[in-house]
Design a protein around this ligand. Structure first.
Ligand SMILES: *Cc1c(COP(=O)(O)O)cnc(C)c1O
Length: 379
């Protein structure tokens, strides 16, 4: 099946007890057993829930993954991957990383004897500087947040696999509609389902997909032992959201392109970061591994001060000033004070994330209205 058909049908069966076409919300904590050890495949809802199982199969199919598991948040999915490691193991990560992942790695798991190094992977060979025989995992995001750098997934996988390390890709920004990391050689794909996949700014959820049964067994053990599972109501909302993922993404991409080009021509705008531009440093790699360039855009105004950024941010009427991304409505954010506040300033500046950088999550509204809003805010 092609993507849109899979979004609607993969993992979804009419409910056997009633024929209900929509997967029911199995709001139950436990399941009655006939005799000890004799049950219908469900014992306790931390371990398994039918609404969650349908969703896990559905997202796995969108990522061309044999196995998929959902978690209570993107961070708990990420945490599950790190919990497969042991003290003394090392992880090499992208430097331009989601702030919450940076915090989890550098402030929490580093206290448990796991070593993290952060490096710009725009040139994949740079990871050789950090890789050692203790490196068990390479963790990357592409496009990166918020600089929209593109990392060559298959090139990183070749280097990492040569050194016996697994590769995990946080695919939140691209969504499975635009990019499938497992097809590029990655071992693990992770999502903050909260963003494009659920798509309606009403759910917090995470996902891990893999084709490696041993890894999936470990994820399942941790999912059940630690218990960071999503509730059935959230699974239902996400199943509903996914039914339009392909339509939403198509519009996010169309609107994103119009807005990126508009900003690039604006006399008050200095730089625009969007992988669809021919002069984006890794545009050719984006073309190779993505099926479109998405609706995430960052820009810096010529007047590159916090004051100017705050001024512009307070003037938006349609773009809402909020953390998060990937919902149907357009959002605007100020990474330096919001999503990336937990990253030290020098580290931010080294990545080009200046104090005034503004990030847009372009929604699916009529693009003319979005342009008018940007115009009045910037001017
Ligand atoms: C939001 C986000 C996360 C964290 O996901 P939650 O669902 O908020 O826990 C991780 N990575 C990226 C790229 C994100 O945007």
């Amino acid at each position: 099946m092609k993507f849109g058909t899979k979004a609607l049908h993969s993992g979804i069966e009419p409910d056997p007890s009633t024929g209900a076409i929509m997967t029911p919300i199995f709001q139950t904590s436990t399941y009655v057993q006939e005799r000890p050890g004799v049950n219908k495949g469900f014992e306790y809802a931390r371990t398994k829930n039918p609404t969650r199982s349908a969703l896990e199969k559905n997202i796995a199919s969108l990522e061309n993954a044999k196995f998929g598991r959902c978690f209570a948040s993107g961070m708990s999915a990420t945490e599950t991957v790190i919990k497969t490691l042991r003290p003394g193991d090392e992880v090499v990560c992208t430097s331009d990383l989601y702030g919450g992942s940076f915090r989890l790695f550098s402030k929490l798991f580093s206290e448990f004897g796991i070593k993290f190094s952060f490096i710009n992977m725009s040139d994949p060979t740079k990871i050789l500087d950090c890789i050692s025989n203790k490196t068990k995992l390479v963790w990357l995001e592409t496009p990166t947040n918020p600089m929209m750098s593109i990392i060559d997934i298959s090139a990183i996988c070749k280097i990492a696999h040569n050194h016996g390390a697994k590769v995990a890709v946080d695919n939140t920004f691209a969504s499975p509609y635009l990019q499938n990391p497992l097809d590029q050689g990655a071992d693990i794909v992770m999502h903050s389902v909260t963003k494009y996949i659920a798509g309606h700014s009403d759910v917090i959820m995470g996902f891990l997909g893999t084709n490696d049964i041993d890894l999936d067994d470990k994820f399942g053990f941790i999912q059940n032992s630690s218990g960071a599972v999503p509730g059935p109501q959230d699974c239902f909302l996400t199943l509903r959201g996914i039914k339009t993922l392909h339509l939403r993404m198509q519009r996010h991409c169309e609107n994103g392109e119009v807005i990126a080009k508009y900003l690039k021509k604006h006399r008050k705008v200095d730089k625009v970061f969007w992988p669809g531009f021919k002069d984006h440093p890794n545009h050719e790699i984006a073309k190779k591994q993505m099926r479109g360039f998405g609706g995430m855009i960052s820009f810096i105004q010529k007047e590159d001060t916090v004051e100017k950024a705050k001024n512009t941010l307070s003037k938006f009427k349609l773009f809402s000033l909020a953390e998060s991304l990937g919902g149907v409505e357009s959002l605007v954010g100020h990474p330096a004070s919001m999503t990336h506040a937990s990253i030290p300033r020098e580290k931010r500046l080294a990545e080009g994330l200046t104090d005034s950088l503004i990030r847009l999550s372009v929604g699916i509204e009529d693009v003319e209205d979005l342009i008018s809003d940007l115009d009045q805010a910037i001017n």
